[in-house]
Ligand binder design. Structure first.
Ligand code: NAD
Length: 295
C-alpha cells in the first residue's frame, strides 16, 4: 500500500506556485490577488478563510479579506461583489459559504464574474467544465485529479465508484474522471443515499472516491483487493487522546481498508491540503489569463 500524501504534494505545489509568482512579478510587475468575503463569525468559516489567507501569503499572493456582520443586506453583499468584479487588481473572488439564511447563496455565486470565480461554483464554469472547455474547476475535485496525476494512477478504462453526489465534490469529480482527457476516460458510477446494493457496486471498483460525511463508513469488506481509495470526508469527533479534545475522521475505516488498498489518502493530510492549493492554482491561472483573457 502506498499512502497518497496530500500534505507533501501540496507543499511541493505551493513551492511551484511561489516560483511562478516571482516570474510574473519580474516580467509583468503583477502580483496575483485573491479576495475572500466572509459573513458572520462561524468558527469553521473563519478557520477556512484564515488558512486560505495564510496560503496566499506563503506563495507571495496578495490577499484581501472582506468581513461583514451576519445581518448584512443581500444588496450590500451584491454591491461588494460587483466592486471586486470591477477591480482590475483582483484576480480571484471567493465568498465563504454558508451564508446567513436571508441571503441567496445561488444569487451571490452567480453575481461573481465567471472570469474571477476561482472556486468554480458559477454555473458558467460548471457548464464549461461539463463540456470540456477551459474553466475553473472547484477546488476539491481539482485537488483529487492533481493527486491522481502526481501519483501516476491510471484512470483510463478503470471502474470508478464515487459515493456522494454533492455539487462541490461528487458530481464534478464523476464528470472529470469520465471526461475524454489524460486523467479521465474512466467508467464512473455515481452513487448516493438512494443507491441500492452499494456494497456490491463498490466492491467492483478499481478506484473509490468517498465524499459523504459519515465517519468510517467504508470498511474493508466493501472494497476490492488493490483498489485506490480517495477519502474526502471530514467529521470532527471528540477524542481524549488529542490536546484539543477533537480529532478528524474520514469516511474510510483507514486501519482496515489500507491493508487492502494499493493507494489510499489519509484524513487528515490527504485531500484536505489539496483543496486550498487548487484555489491558489486557479487564482494563478486567472492572473495569467489562462482560462479567460485577462481582465
Ligand atoms: P454533502 O454533505 O453535501 O452530501 C453527502 C452525500 O453523501 C450526498 O450526496 C448523499 O447522497 C451521500 N450519502 C449520504 N449517505 C449515503 C449512503 N448511506 N450511501 C451512499 N451515499 C450517501 O457532500 P459534500 O459537501 O461533498 O461533503 C462530503 C464530506 O466531504 C463531508 O464530510 C465534508 O466535510 C467533506 N469535504 C471535504 C473537503 C476537503 O477539502 N477535504 C471538501 C468538501 C467536503
Amino acid at each position: 500500500m502506498e499512502l497518497i500524501d496530500g500534505k507533501k504534494i501540496s507543499s511541493q505545489i505551493k513551492e511551484e506556485i511561489a516560483q511562478e509568482v516571482e516570474k510574473i512579478k519580474e516580467n509583468e510587475g503583477k502580483i496575483p490577488h485573491l479576495a475572500a468575503i466572509i459573513v458572520g463569525h462561524d468558527g469553521a468559516s473563519e478557520t477556512y478563510v484564515g488558512h486560505k489567507e495564510k496560503a496566499c501569503l506563503q506563495v507571495g499572493f496578495n490577499s484581501t479579506v472582506v468581513r461583514f456582520e451576519n445581518d448584512i443586506a443581500e444588496d450590500t453583499l451584491l454591491r461588494k461583489v460587483d466592486e471586486l468584479n470591477k477591480n482590475t487588481d483582483i484576480d480571484g473572488i471567493i465568498v465563504q459559504l454558508p451564508l446567513p439564511k436571508h441571503i441567496s447563496e445561488q444569487k451571490i455565486i452567480e453575481s461573481i464574474d465567471p472570469r474571477k470565480d476561482v472556486d468554480g461554483f458559477h454555473p458558467i464554469n460548471i457548464g464549461r467544465m461539463v463540456i470540456g472547455l477551459p474553466s475553473y474547476v472547484s477546488a476539491t475535485p481539482a485537488g483529487i485529479v492533481e493527486l491522481i496525476k502526481r501519483y501516476n494512477i491510471e484512470t483510463s478504462g478503470k471502474d470508478v465508484v464515487v459515493i456522494g453526489r454533492s455539487n462541490i465534490v461528487g458530481k464534478p469529480i464523476s464528470i472529470l474522471l469520465s471526461q475524454k482527457s489524460e486523467y479521465g476516460n474512466a467508467t464512473v458510477t455515481l452513487t448516493h443515499s438512494r443507491t441500492k446494493n452499494l456494497k456490491e457496486i463498490v466492491s467492483r471498483a478499481d478506484i473509490v472516491i468517498v465524499a459523504m460525511g459519515q465517519a468510517e463508513f467504508l470498511t474493508a469488506d466493501m472494497v476490492k483487493e488493490g483498489a485506490v481509495i480517495i477519502d474526502v470526508g471530514i467529521t470532527r469527533v471528540k477524542s481524549d487522546k488529542t490536546k484539543s479534545g477533537w480529532k478528524l475522521l474520514g469516511d474510510v475505516k483507514f486501519d482496515e481498508v489500507s491493508k487492502k488498498a494499493s493507494y489510499i489518502t489519509p484524513v487528515p493530510g490527504g485531500v484536505g491540503p489539496m483543496t486550498i492549493v487548487s484555489l491558489l492554482q486557479n487564482t494563478l491561472k486567472s492572473a495569467k489569463g489562462e482560462i479567460y483573457a485577462k481582465i
